[in-house]
Write a protein that binds this ligand. Sequence first.
Ligand SMILES: Cc1cc2nc3c(=O)[nH]c(=O)nc-3n(C[C@H](O)[C@H](O)[C@H](O)COP(=O)(O)O)c2cc1C
Length: 323
Amino acid sequence: MTKREQILKQFNLQLPVVAAPMFIVSQLDLVKACCESGILGTFPALNNRTTEGFEEWLIQLKASLKEAEAAQGKKLPPYGVNLIVHRTNPRVQADLEVCIRQEVPLIITSLGAVKDLVDAVHSYGGLVFHDVTNKYHAQKAIAAGVDGLVLVSAGAGGHGGTLNPIPFVSEIREIFDGVICLSGCLSSGADVASAMQMGADLAYMGTRFINTQEAVAKDAYQEMIVDSGTGDIVYTAAVSGIPGNYMAPSLLEAGIPREVWGNKAKVNLGEKLNSDAKAWVDLWSAGQGVATIKDVLPTAELIERMKGEFRAAIERQAKWLNF
Ligand SMILES: Cc1cc2nc3c(=O)[nH]c(=O)nc-3n(C[C@H](O)[C@H](O)[C@H](O)COP(=O)(O)O)c2cc1C
């Protein structure tokens, strides 16, 4: 068995899905519900306001997953924590120390891929996956020794990429034999099957999980997702200075007009636009996958439905083919 196969096997997944870390949205209830239903749940360390609070969360999460394992009589998939490795995140070192102390099974790093961090996580048997939007950054992360890559492609929620996923996955598979997660616009079990067929090992799904009962998201945010199509998603640097995908109606409601969406830098909301809207809190991010999201439901129910859709997608294709 290759190292990649060993990692995938040890994940104990019932469906090849990672519920992606989302600022504000993914907190303990969502992570727990994901792991208990057979997929990998994750959250950003920064979703707790302090490093101490973050460590408390980890202790609680470990205890409740242990209880759930005892109740279900089987091993559940692990959980993951997202760390933003950048000079603008003053907590990164302290949060990493907490992750090492609590032996977080999977660390997902964004922005910086650092060899020392990878070595520190490997020292207790943890794994590191790293977010990339192009081959250049994938090569740097591979050189740092990461176990997996998250290929953030065009249309993804948050700071999405610009590449089409089909050539992106194949190009990276040629240079990397670790775990490949595909991020961007995957909303159903059939989409998960498509990601596998492109050559990804795991589907990395964000936006779909905003519309679950366990997500921390306002009703109006979830309703806007149900009402939106691909044409409502704007890729703009105006909100945070880094291009990201946001729902156009939330920008308009906050007083951010179309004229500034093409800006290459963050717009000054307060001074220039007289708006007190806050990025992520009032300016809502979502990927183009909103097009097929029509409901808000309990996480366990969503995952059960996706398992059925995944199986049906594979069977549907096999049925008419004359191999
Ligand atoms: C509201 C929102 C918040 C996000 N916050 C983060 C974050 O804090 N860290 C991170 O690495 N990715 C973040 N992402 C990106 C997701 O982890 C994931 O890559 C993306 O949502 C996948 O694309 P999809 O939304 O089209 O499924 C966020 C995405 C959304 C929609």
